[in-house]
Ligand binder design. Sequence first.
Ligand code: GRG
Length: 295
Amino acid sequence: MSELDRALTACAENVEEYLDRLLPKSEMPEARVIDAMRYATLGGGKRIRPFLLVQCAGLFSVSESRSYRAAAALEMVHCYSLVHDDLPAMDDDDMRRGRPTVHKEFDDATAILAGDALLTKSFEVLADPDTHGNASVRANLCLVLAQAAGDHGMVGGQMLDLVAEQSQLDIPEITRLQRMKTGALIAVACDMGAIMGQASNAARQALHHYAHDIGLAFQIADDLLDVEGDAEEVGKRTGKDEAAGKATFVSLLGVERARDQAHLLAEQAAAHLEMFEEKGEHLKQLANFIVTRRK
Ligand code: GRG
């Protein structure tokens, strides 16, 4: 196991523990929605966004007890997006993270409610003084996450994706769509870490550039997995883009050029971290992991 693998595994275990604590089981009559929230968040996922947040916060010596709360909050937003994306009205998927999707395990209405409750729970956690002692830092965390998750970010990108089913996008249009749909949440992970660490403008800017590049590299890697990946290994249905006739980086550039582009972005991303010296090592390694991952 590489040093990065060990760090990712330790992060995933911590995220699991914080999510478990922040989403306690209940005996109340509404327990079903909590069960669905736990099902959606626990026991799976690479936890890349939490890893980014905790690593970036670590550059500024933020305590892990705080950064993992924010990381769990961010993962809740990511999981909500997956639950809603899998619904019959959207991608209509039966399998996610190697097991039945939330609406298959529960039902559509419960999946909608679980997604809604995860989104709001995330902001409840961020606004709690346990997440940061400084109220303006907490407000800023809520602001940037709302901007990244909403109509200017992930939701807007998802809308563009649905609209694009009626048209063939070109590379600049796909880049904008993906920056919103996938890139915004990846970028905000780094920004939240910087905000928690009350980083200098220069440091925040460097992380912003890093996040920008890995966000796009992540999406190209996701497109490649959709074409080349094995559903069992990836943990979800593959070949979806081609079946839907969707233009992607891979369909427009071809496999080889898309892969080269992803690797170039990963190298470029790592180069933005020079100012952090060896403290940025895990983040540099993550850029490479993102483009070589098999799931
Ligand atoms: C429904 C509001 C709403 C948004 C949906 C993010 C998203 C927008 C949909 C997910 C569908 C998808 C395949 C997006 C492409 C990249 C992506 C976000 C993949 C899943 O993220 P990973 O690989 O998943 O980090 P794990 O399971 O490891 O957490």
